[in-house]
Design a protein around this ligand. Structure first.
Ligand SMILES: *[C@@H]1O[C@H](CO)[C@@H](O)[C@H](O)[C@H]1NC(C)=O
Ligand SMILES: *[C@@H]1O[C@H](CO)[C@@H](O)[C@H](O)[C@H]1NC(C)=O
Ligand SMILES: *[C@@H]1O[C@H](CO)[C@@H](O)[C@H](O)[C@H]1NC(C)=O
Ligand SMILES: *[C@@H]1O[C@H](CO)[C@@H](O)[C@H](O)[C@H]1NC(C)=O
Ligand SMILES: *[C@@H]1O[C@H](CO)[C@@H](O)[C@H](O)[C@H]1NC(C)=O
Ligand SMILES: *[C@@H]1O[C@H](CO)[C@@H](O)[C@H](O)[C@H]1NC(C)=O
Ligand SMILES: *[C@@H]1O[C@H](CO)[C@@H](O)[C@H](O)[C@H]1NC(C)=O
Ligand SMILES: *[C@@H]1O[C@H](CO)[C@@H](O)[C@H](O)[C@H]1NC(C)=O
Ligand SMILES: *[C@@H]1O[C@H](CO)[C@@H](O)[C@H](O)[C@H]1NC(C)=O
Ligand SMILES: *[C@@H]1O[C@H](CO)[C@@H](O)[C@H](O)[C@H]1NC(C)=O
Length: 474
């Protein structure tokens, strides 16, 4: 490959550049490094085979094997080249331990496998990621990595996935929620028939994963961990880990989670507007705000739906960096539109129905079961706007909940007077309150139509402010 002609051309090019735009004569050092790069060209990082016999598929297909450049050099361009070559019908294999990703990625995979044995490690140039964000219009959020297409597999081989190098982002946001520009690590967008398996997302910059506008997505053996290593964060009760959601669904149908372990400081799993046919089994959530239905109805006059949800075998614990704030949490915005998303909004409507959650175990959770129907993150006189929510929570069935809460609360359910909750059933809710000094708030249900056979007759209306007056710790 290397020959004298190439060397001569290279030198000529250098001299020509110098004579056109820069009259100074190249230094000896410049010439030495130019010659050096010609003598030692970058080894071929991308190799291609067009007749690879895929043992799991049983047929021959394209295989692109991409090696990392190393030395923290950006592998994003080569990754995109590999996707262009093999992303339609082939396998893109990344056998090395660490690939540096320094650019936003928006790729398409069709009938393809992204086969990772190490980490896509995202760089931490905050200004770059903010300036180049891919927009997720919901709540004006940002994305770093988008995958579109159909019939594709993301396989982390139990060895890798995405390293968001999130510490820089946790430091950047400190304890401020929804700080602008933090990008999500992975977005599955406009996709159909997707399998994600044995895949990890560690140190996500923001939400670890988003399933948006997609259907038939099957996520099995999935792991997310956001941990803060900054000693300065120790003073904060959640170690600056807010917004490190595990996985959110939005405008998506038929998404299945199986064997999912989450550690972090926010929603383990969150079902955002228009999430239908969502199944989650064997999910462990360590620290954060638990399994969230919502938040929903944040956009005035927009109809939102959550429907046909089945969840089983959920386990919730606190972590050593973040309490377990909620267990299973239904949260809809107030009925007025106040301020703008992400932290303001409200006035949306719609419904959640046909939801079953069973076999739930929790330990030391602050608020095991919560319905909030007047959500806002803005500070103002809430009472003025209470009971205004327009979102309807009905046909919801909770069964076999065991474990303990940390304080007095077991069920803290406040639906809206305008749109009461109805047709819920509770069966075998055996969560032991961690404290017994205020039994009157163990089970409270406001604007809840309970029919007598629904299994939670001890639940009663209450306007107790004990909780809010004690930061939720009573
Ligand atoms: C001109 O070239 C010299 C030698 O290659 C380099 O040190 C210098 O920075 C260049 N100047 C400009 C303005 O590019
Ligand atoms: C990958 O490389 C980045 C630097 O680009 C480094 O910060 C990170 O720790 C490495 N990750 C692994 C798993 O080696
Ligand atoms: C999103 O947030 C950025 C930064 O605050 C702001 O400049 C932009 O106008 C916002 N966009 C919308 C649609 O609110
Ligand atoms: C994940 O990897 C383990 C081996 O490490 C394997 O037993 C399991 O079947 C894999 N899961 C999936 C969904 O392929
Ligand atoms: C849901 O997706 C799975 C694949 O993950 C598929 O097997 C199943 O048929 C789909 N169900 C419906 C109702 O579309
Ligand atoms: C998350 O990572 C931290 C730090 O490495 C570790 O201590 C913790 O055990 C991990 N959590 C899970 C569930 O693996
Ligand atoms: C539940 O998920 C955990 C963590 O992925 C796994 O170790 C365990 O085998 C799973 N249990 C079942 C019954 O699949
Ligand atoms: C949700 O679906 C409903 C009914 O199809 C539609 O009217 C509404 O615009 C959708 N909302 C969002 C946020 O996609
Ligand atoms: C309720 O949702 C489940 C999926 O979780 C689905 O199989 C069932 O058909 C739905 N029921 C109704 C009445 O739509
Ligand atoms: C209740 O759920 C637990 C797991 O949280 C499970 O071990 C137990 O078998 C379930 N009980 C019944 C009666 O299904």
């Amino acid at each position: 490959m290397f020959n004298k002609a190439v060397l001569a051309l290279g030198l000529a090019a250098t001299l020509a550049r110098g004579s056109v735009i820069n009259l100074s004569i190249p230094s000896a050092n410049d010439l030495v490094s130019e010659v050096d790069s010609l003598l030692h060209p970058t080894p071929s990082v991308l190799s291609y085979q067009d007749d690879y016999l895929d043992p799991s598929a049983g047929y021959k297909r394209k295989l692109c094997t991409l090696h990392a450049l190393g030395d923290e050099k950006d592998d994003a361009d080569n990754f995109v080249k590999a996707v262009e070559k093999c992303g339609d019908g082939g396998i893109i294999r990344l056998p090395d331990a660490n690939y540096t990703i320094g650019q936003v990625l928006d790729i398409t995979l069709t009938n393809a496998v992204l086969d990772l044995y190490g980490w896509l490690s995202f760089t931490t140039d905050i200004q770059y990621w903010m300036d180049n964000r891919i927009l997720f219009p919901f709540q004006n959020q940002s994305l770093a990595f988008v995958i579109r297409g159909h019939d594709y597999v993301l396989d982390g081989n139990d060895k890798g996935g995405i390293d968001g190098n999130g510490q820089a982002w946790y430091n950047y946001a400190k304890n401020v929620g929804n700080k602008f520009g933090r990008p999500m690590s992975l977005a599955i967008k406009d996709s159909k028939n997707v399998v994600i398996k044995n895949f990890s997302i560690v140190q996500p910059q923001f939400w670890a994963s988003l399933i948006w506008g997609s259907e038939n997505v099957y996520i099995k053996d999935f792991y997310v961990n956001a941990t803060s290593y900054n000693p300065e964060a120790e003073g904060d009760n959640k170690h600056w880990l807010q917004n490190t959601d595990g996985s959110d669904t939005y405008q998506s149908h038929n998404v299945t989670y199986e064997n999912f372990v989450y550690q972090g400081g926010d929603d383990c799993l969150a079902l955002k507007p228009n999430s239908t046919l969502i199944t989650a089994t064997n999910v462990t959530c360590i620290g954060g705000t638990g399994i969230a239905f919502g938040s929903i109805a944040q956009y005035a006059d927009v109809k939102d739906i959550i429907e046909d949800v089945y969840m089983k075998d959920l386990n919730l614990y606190p972590s050593n960096q973040c309490p377990g704030y909620q267990g299973v949490y239904f949260k809809s915005w107030l009925g007025y539109s106040l301020g703008t998303p992400p932290n303001g909004g409200g006035g949306g409507y719609g419904y959640a129905k046909n939801i079953t959650v069973e076999d739930v175990y929790m330990e030391d959770i602050w608020h095991p079961l919560v319905v909030q129907s007047d959500l806002t993150y803005l500070e103002f006189n809430r009472e003025k706007y209470a009971d205004s929510g327009l979102f309807e929570w009905s046909d919801i069935h909770l069964r076999n909940f065991t474990g303990n809460s940390l304080f007095n609360r077991v069920a803290w359910m406040s639906c809206s007077k305008l749109t009461p909750c109805h047709d819920w059933t509770f069966e075998d809710i055996n969560i032991k309150p961690g404290r017994d000094d205020h039994p009157e708030i163990h089970y409270t249900c406001n604007n809840f139509v309970l029919g007598g056979k629904d299994g939670l007759n001890q639940c009663h209306p209450s306007d107790s402010k004990l909780e809010t007056d004690n930061d939720g710790t009573l």
